[in-house]
Design a protein around this ligand. Structure first.
Ligand code: AN7
Length: 356
């Protein structure tokens, strides 16, 4: 018996469309910590048990790896030699890494100038063919669907059904960590694959009797990129949280179903509110997530304070991506000036004493 963790496909193979002899492409993704927050809850009006599922600790720093291990495994199984995706950044980083691991070529379409530096660095390092388009994610998604009809290439966006299969395992892990399903699950919504995948996962474990209830799903969007709040897809989405700068979500029906069937809701937050939540989490809890991820914290805080999430609830928030993905936004929003001194004891001592 060995105990080395070898990824979510091995762990959950009974729940995934995998054959005994399938060659698994994995980077030991999944198995991320569910961390209980201690300091932020003290600032809230009502007492709840608040947890974060820190998906930024996946191999490429985002939840996309859960879906990508499945998508690339199945692509290789079917004999595919190339993958393609449109991306706001994290999907491209993950597709690039897993395609490299599999020894196949990744083509990634990204909106020029609108992806975080860390994500671009990842796609470059893993040897993806990077196609910057003069358009946004939604343009890229449309082009990917078109080009895949003309080339022998596997789409690894979340319209690839294996993506959601892999991503549903995050709900399994939460159930295992808590011994039950949470009462509320808060997460960012962009292309709407993840909220759909979580709902699939919670539903699957409820259907086979592992849990007897499912959480209400609370999906949060950036105000200028909030098609679910407007009730229809939107053109020209904008937000500083570039990961969720999406106006035409591909999993529209599945996400609406998750919200309705669970009794949850959608809400929206401004860029300022998103950044405030990101900073709060980093400062008060020591957890650095990227701006898009912080919207789940903004949402949980608002809805706990206004009582929509009642006292005594167990609440989980998905932190979809690592804060290190987007150092530029972090540094730009930082208000504390850096202190500059000579390399001398006196000056360092004075600087420290002033701040004690
Ligand atoms: C950190 O990488 O769509 O609602 O192309 O990177 O499942 O789309 C990223 C999405 C939330 C939204 N948080 O999830 C892409 C991409 C982070 C993300 C989302 C994304 P979905």
């Amino acid at each position: 018996m060995h105990s080395r963790y070898t990824g979510l496909i091995e762990k959950y193979r009974d729940y995934l469309p995998i054959h005994d002899d399938t060659r698994i492409i994995s980077l030991a993704e999944g198995n991320t910590p569910l961390i209980r927050l201690h300091n932020i809850p003290k600032l809230l009006k009502n007492e709840v048990a608040l947890y974060v599922k820190y998906e930024g600790l996946n191999p490429t720093g985002s939840f996309k790896d859960r879906g990508m291990t499945m998508a690339i495994t199945k692509a290789v199984e079917s004999g595919s030699k190339a993958t393609v995706c449109a991306s706001t950044g994290n999907t491209s980083a993950s597709a690039a890494a897993y395609s490299a691991r599999a020894g196949i070529t990744a083509f990634v379409l990204i909106p020029e100038g609108k992806i975080a530096q860390g994500k671009l660095a990842q796609a470059m390092m893993h040897g993806a063919v990077i196609i910057q388009i003069q358009g946004n994610f939604d343009d890229g998604m449309r082009l990917v669907k078109e080009v895949a009809q003309h080339a022998p290439i596997t789409i690894v966006n979340s319209i690839n059904p294996y993506r959601l299969q892999g991503q549903k395992t995050a709900a399994f892990e939460i159930i295992e960590a808590l011994g039950r399903a949470p009462d509320y699950h808060c997460l960012p919504v962009g292309n709407a694959g993840n909220i759909s995948a979580y709902w699939m996962g919670y539903t699957e474990f409820a259907d086979i009797g592992i849990v007897n209830k499912r959480p209400k799903m609370c999906g949060y969007q950036a105000s200028r990129s909030a098609p679910f709040l407007r009730g229809h897809p939107i053109d020209n989405p904008e937000t500083i949280a570039t990961a969720i700068r999406i106006g035409h979500p591909q999993s529209w029906d599945k996400a609406i179903n998750a919200q309705k069937e669970s009794g949850g809701w959608f809400d929206e937050f401004t860029d300022a509110e998103i950044l405030k939540a990101q900073k709060l989490l980093a400062e008060k809890e020591g957890i650095f997530c990227e701006p898009a991820s912080a919207i789940s914290i903004a949402g949980a805080i608002k809805d706990i304070n206004n009582g929509k999430i009642p006292e005594g609830s167990t609440v989980t928030c998905t932190l979809t991506g690592n804060g290190l993905k987007d150092p530029d936004t972090a540094i730009q929003q930082s208000t504390t000036p850096l202190i500059k001194v000579k390399a001398e004891l006196g000056e360092v001592k004075t600087a420290i004493l002033q701040k004690m």
